[in-house]
Design a protein around this ligand. Sequence first.
Ligand code: ZN
Length: 427
Amino acid sequence: MKVERGSAMHALVSELYPICRSITGNGVRETLRILQKSIPLSINEVPTGTTVFDWEVPKEWNITNAWIKDPNGREIVNFRNSNLHVLNYSIPVHKKVSLEELKKHLHYLPEYPDWIPYRTSYYKADWGFCISYNQFLSLQDGEYEVFIDSSLEPGSLTYGELYLEGESKEEVLLSAHVCHPSLANDNLSGISVAVFLAQHLMKTKRRFSYRFLFMPGTIGAIVWLALNKDKTQNIKHGLVLSLLGDSGNFTYKKSRRDTAEIDQVVSYILGKSSPENRIIDFIPYGYDERQYCSPGFNLPVGCLSRTPYGQYKEYHTSADNLSLVKPDKLEESLQTVINIVDTLEGNRKYLNLSPMCEPQLGKRGLYSLQGGTNNTKDFQMAMLWVLNLSDGEHSLLDIQKRSKMNFQDLKYAADALEKVNLLKTLN
Ligand code: ZN
């Protein structure tokens, strides 16, 4: 079952991989339409020129073809072989240039001579090609013909949104960037985890409401925040999902608040699953947590990745491909996010309704129960901890920290105690 789910997640990554995405344009639309086959996502368009805080929605970029022909008229680079070959957001061009002139528009990676780098020029009008360093070294003197069949015109920025209503209006935000072309880990992995999490939550009873955003990085988050300011007050927890398919351990970057409930929950889940997982402090750089955690919003949103951006060698190159992303790692990432969500859902504060000395558990039939634990003793300890610290001040996660017991065991204990009216849920 779980192996199957990992394979299905990888299949979605593979389906999306060939599409040329950018911060605007048909690549994002096509991507979101594919996601609509799995989840009931709305596709939203925000016109070019719309002012969003200090920014403006840019012209829409689309591309159909691009190539370079060498001095003998032989095609040596073609966009259809890899969409990374074109500087993303290149202006259209069709002309003959000397090798010297061409070199000013070429990007390559001497340290990885077989790989094509991924480069963008969103806010500066420029054209360019990205090629392997080996190919760069093989270029002969002479006149080259360059052709980029792109368009930059008034249009719109496209993003996807899915809202799943829960018992409470309080929301959990899940956000994944959808602007990268053929790069698998960055961020088709995050998109895939978000889609399968949404499918899981659609079948689950939910305390919180959940909002999924599939948006181009930076400008997409700025657009959404600018147009939905009133909704942000309901966001009580959030995660940016990125780089979740490689074989590295997990890294969680905390929210700007540093001690938000999401920070505590993720620290607990990652700490429990492996000592190699890392929790790092907030910095105002990275993915869209930068926008969610800008001081005017200061939302409790952290970022979950495996190996962080820039720290794996395939990052932003053609080697971030379908073999870098592993089905079992996607599955493990999804299960980790599900565990995070389950803990958020279950992390309530309770009030002990019989706080004067210990209540008698035996006469309520609670001593023989095992709850979710393997032994009766653990379950008794869990009940005693929950009763002792349920004074209205401590959440279950606070009780977990003090007791070092398993959160789910404490949750079973709290449920059992509530059933016999020894506890009352406060939030
Ligand atoms: Zn990236």
